[in-house]
Design a binder for this molecule. Structure first.
Ligand SMILES: [Zn+2]
Length: 77
């Protein structure tokens, strides 16, 4: 089970950037499993078909994940 796990929320998603003043609650980032404290600008990933399943990511974690997906056969160790 390496990297082949289905992640439907990444198929057709809308990416939104949340400004620090918009982040009024703390969230859990699925990228690193750590909290995103309120007042921290971050990324909201919104599945078009399931808006209820939106995820909140650190900007850095999302960028990392995006890069990982965007580079097939990239650094894979
Ligand atoms: Zn994170």
């Amino acid at each position: 089970m390496n990297g082949s796990e289905p992640r439907p929320w990444l198929e057709d998603v809308e990416i939104r950037l949340l400004q620090p003043y918009q982040a009024t609650k703390a969230y859990r980032c699925p990228g690193c499993n750590r909290d995103i404290p309120s007042g921290t600008g971050h990324v909201v990933v919104l599945p078009r078909e399931a808006p209820d399943l939106r995820r909140h990511w650190h900007k850095g974690c999302w960028a990392l994940d995006e890069r990982r997906r965007g580079q097939p056969g990239g650094s894979r160790r």
